[in-house]
Design a binder for this molecule. Structure first.
Ligand code: BG6
Length: 477
C-alpha cells in the first residue's frame, strides 16, 4: 500500500554540523579554550588528535582552523534561513561546552553563552526547524584536560552532569532531540579529540582509552536519566561511527577479524542501548588487567537508562583482512584494506550505498530501537564556476544512491528510521584533516585551508536538488 511503501510523514529531513567545525567565535562571550581550538591544520594535526603531541597551546607556527571555522556564531540567522529554504525539518548542531562552562569545573554557567544558543534555538523555531543537539561533539574544555587529565578522570562525569542539567533545564522549551556523545567509538582512534586524552611517557594507552570510554558511558547514562527527569518527552540517543566491516575474503580468519572489528565499535553502543557491557568486553578488560571499579549503583545506572534511539554516521563500509596479499592498510581513523569492488572518494573513503542498508540492518537486528542517520555525505573538492555556481553532480549522485539504499532499508526491510541529516549541510572544517577543501555542503562557504576568504555563502547545485527531495519526502530523488 501507499502507506507502507514510503517514508513516514513526519520523517526528519535535515542537515548536521558540529560547533568545533562550524561555530567559530572561539573568544566571544567569555568562551574558554577547548581541545578542538588547539588542534592545528597541517602535518601535526594527526599527532595532536591522537594525544601524542604533549602539551598544547596556540602558537604562531600553526594555523588553527577551528577558532573561526566558518563563523556560524555571526552568521546563524543567514544560515538558518538557507536551511529553512531547503525545507529542513531538523538541524543537528552541537554545544561548545567551554561556551557554557569556560573552564569546565565552575559551579555556575556562563549566561552569555547560554543566551547565544537560546538565540539560535529561537531562530530555528521561527522557521519550524527542530534542533537535534549533540551535547559533546569532539570537544572538551582545555582546563579539564590540563588540570584533570580529560575523560580518564571520573571527575569529568560530575562536570558533564552539571552541563546536562543546565542544558536540559534551560533549553527545555526549545529542544527535544539530544545525542550524548558524538561517535563515542572514536576514542579508540583519536583519543585527544574523543576524550581529551594526552598520553604520558610509558602510559598504558589502551587502558587509558577504555577507562575514559567507561567514564563517558557512565556520563551518557546520567544524561539519559537527567534528560528524562527534566522532560519525559526528551528523546535521547547514542551516536556511533558506523559502517559495516567486510571480510576481504571468505577465509575464516578474515570473517572472524571483521566480527572482532565490529564488536570493538559496537561495544559502546551495547552499553548505551542494552545497559551492560557484553561478555566479550568483560573478557577483554580481564585480559588487559583493567579494573573499571564498577559499583552496584553504577551497574544500575547503566541498566536503568538505555538510550531512546540509535544514531550513527555512515560514510563508507570497511574491509579487513589477515592476509598479507590483501594490500596495504588505508583509511585515516579506521584502518582497513581496499575493497576491490568499490570506488573511493578523493580522500580514499570507499563509496558503498548498499553498505548503508547492510549497516542499518545490522544495527536494527542488534538493538531493535529506532535508528537515526545523523551523518552521511561526500567530502569533495568543489570549485565554483565563472558564475560562482558549484555544479556538484558527484555529490548529488552519492546522496541519491545512499538515500535509495536508506529507503530500501525502511520500505523493504521494515526498519524504523526517525530521520536523516546530511553531514556538513553547509561547508565546514574537516575533522580528520582540518581542511576547508574537503567539502560536504549544499551551501558553499568562501574560505580556504589557510583561513583566507570572505565567508560568503553560495548555494550549490545540490541545494535545489535536496530541497526537492525534502519537498517530496524522498519520493523524487
Ligand atoms: C565524523 C564526525 O567522523 O565524520 C564529523 O562526526 C566529521 O565531525 C565527519 O566531520 C566527516 O569527516 P571529515 O574528516 O571528512 O570531516
Amino acid at each position: 500500500s501507499e502507506e507502507t511503501m514510503s517514508l513516514p510523514k513526519d520523517f526528519l529531513w535535515g542537515g548536521a554540523t558540529a560547533a568545533n567545525q562550524y561555530e567559530g567565535g572561539w573568544n566571544e562571550c567569555g568562551r574558554g579554550l577547548a581541545n578542538v581550538d588547539v588542534t592545528p591544520w597541517g602535518p601535526d594535526r594527526r599527532k595532536v588528535m591522537s594525544g601524542t603531541a604533549g602539551v598544547h597551546s596556540l602558537d604562531d607556527s600553526h594555523f588553527y582552523p577551528g577558532l573561526e571555522a566558518v563563523d556560524f556564531y555571526h552568521h546563524y540567522k543567514e544560515d538558518i534561513a538557507l536551511f529553512a529554504e531547503m525545507g529542513f525539518k531538523v538541524f543537528r548542531m552541537s554545544i561548545a561546552w567551554s561556551r557554557i562552562f569556560p573552564k569546565g569545573d565552575e559551579e555556575e554557567p556562563n549566561e552569555e553563552g547560554l543566551r547565544f544558543y537560546e538565540d539560535v534555538f529561537r531562530e530555528l523555531k521561527k522557521h519550524n526547524i527542530e534542533p537535534l543537539v549533540t551535547i559533546t561533539h569532539f570537544d572538551c574544555p582545555m582546563y579539564l584536560i590540563t588540570e584533570y587529565g580529560g575523560w580518564k578522570n571520573p571527575k569529568l562525569i560530575e562536570f558533564y552532569k552539571r552541563l546536562c542539567q543546565v542544558l536540559f533545564t534551560r533549553f527545555r522549551p526549545y529542544v527535544k532531540w539530544w545525542l550524548t556523545f558524538n561517535e563515542i567509538n572514536m576514542i579508540l582512534h583519536l583519543p585527544f579529540m574523543g576524550a581529551g586524552l594526552e598520553f604520558e611517557e610509558g602510559e598504558d594507552r589502551e587502558k587509558a582509552k577504555y577507562l575514559a570510554a567507561h567514564n563517558e558511558l557512565l556520563a551518557s547514562a546520567w544524561a539519559v536519566k537527567i534528560g528524562h527527569e527534566v522532560n519525559p518527552e526528551n528523546m535521547i540517543g547514542c551516536m556511533v561511527a558506523a559502517g559495516e566491516f567486510y571480510p576481504y575474503s571468505p577465509m575464516p580468519e578474515d570473517v572472524f577479524l571483521a566480527q572482532q572489528k565490529e564488536r570493538e565499535n559496537l561495544m559502546f553502543i551495547d552499553v548505551q542501548a542494552r545497559g551492560e557491557y557484553p561478555a566479550y568486553a568483560k573478557k577483554l578488560f580481564e585480559r588487559m588487567g583493567l579494573d573499571l571499579g564498577m559499583t552496584p549503583e553504577q551497574e544500575a545506572l547503566l541498566k536503568d537508562n538505555p538510550v531512546d534511539f540509535i544514531s550513527f554516521s555512515y560514510y563508507t563500509s570497511r574491509c579487513v583482512s589477515t592476509r598479507p596479499d590483501a594490500g596495504e592498510q588505508v583509511g585515516n581513523a579506521f584502518k582497513g584494506v581496499k575493497n576491490p569492488y568499490l570506488k573511493a572518494s578523493d580522500w580514499g573513503w570507499a563509496i558503498d550505498p548498499l553498505g548503508l542498508r547492510t549497516t542499518m540492518n545490522s544495527l536494527y537486528d542488534r538493538y531493535q530501537k529506532p535508528l537515526f542517520i545523523v551523518e552521511n555525505g561526500l567530502g569533495a573538492k568543489d570549485v565554483p564556476d565563472a558564475d560562482g555556481r558549484v555544479q556538484d553532480d558527484y555529490r548529488i549522485e552519492y546522496l541519491q544512491r545512499h538515500l535509495q539504499a536508506m529507503k530500501d532499508a525502511v520500505e523493504l526491510d521494515g526498519i524504523p528510521l526517525l530521520g536523516y541529516t546530511a553531514w556538513g549541510c553547509i561547508d565546514l572544517v574537516s575533522a580528520s584533516t582540518g581542511e576547508m577543501s574537503k567539502r560536504y555542503g549544499f551551501i558553499y562557504v568562501d574560505r580556504d585551508d589557510q583561513g583566507h576568504g570572505t565567508l560568503k555563502r553560495l548555494k550549490k547545485k545540490s541545494f535545489d536538488w535536496y530541497k526537492k527531495v525534502i519537498a517530496t519526502n524522498g519520493e523524487d530523488l
